[in-house]
Design a protein around this ligand. Sequence first.
Ligand code: IPE
Ligand code: IPE
Ligand code: MG
Length: 226
Amino acid sequence: MSNRARHIAIIMDGNGRWAQAQGKNRTAGHEKGAETVRRITTFCAENDEIERLTLYAFSTENWKRPKLEVEFLMKLLEKYLKNELKTYLEGNIRFEPIGDLSSFSPSLRKTIERVREETARCSGLVQSLALNYGAQDEIVRAANALLGRGETISAESLGHALDTNENVDLLIRTGGDHRLSNFLLWQSAYAELFFTDTLWPDFTTAEFERIIKKFKTVERRFGGLN
Ligand code: IPE
Ligand code: IPE
Ligand code: MG
């Protein structure tokens, strides 16, 4: 028996340190990190077993960073989405954002919406980008939506009210830290967690494949007995 990595989630960490290690500005790390996003997304799109890839791109806490870095990240995101529309369509990849998009500029929101709409009919990999995403914020927004509709809160109703109700099979964090930083707390209830010291710009498909291979051998019990 081997596990299927249907839904892989990644905390893409280490861009800033990658750049600083080479005496560059942190923003150079984000630019390089965007290349890794393309590489890993394309790899997943070509792998039949992987149905969904959720990438943590900007957290609800990342607004605390210097204004210039935040602005750079916003511009990079917009540029990435515009440039990669071709990659999405050619790879039959559907783009699905999660997070509270209401804080973004009208222009960025329009680009996000356009890519979402233009890839809506793609039936291959779902690439979900977590944008202004925080799991606590997501759960609070979901609970308030249920309360607003006068619905009772159950694990089922709350799950459906979340930005995404897709359970994570494999969660990877690059960059050496062993924490979740408010990412998919609900959906990762039974995720297998893998941490690597590799900084996100250096993360290769070869390492990714090694992690998936290891994931396949883990005994997942979900609280029961095998
Ligand atoms: C992750 O890399 C990307 C974002 C949070 C946007 P960091 O920017 O956190 O890089 P480090 O962790 O400081 O090296
Ligand atoms: C997590 O990385 C957020 C993203 C990768 C987008 P951070 O660098 O923000 O996390 P902390 O601050 O080290 O926990
Ligand atoms: Mg970081």
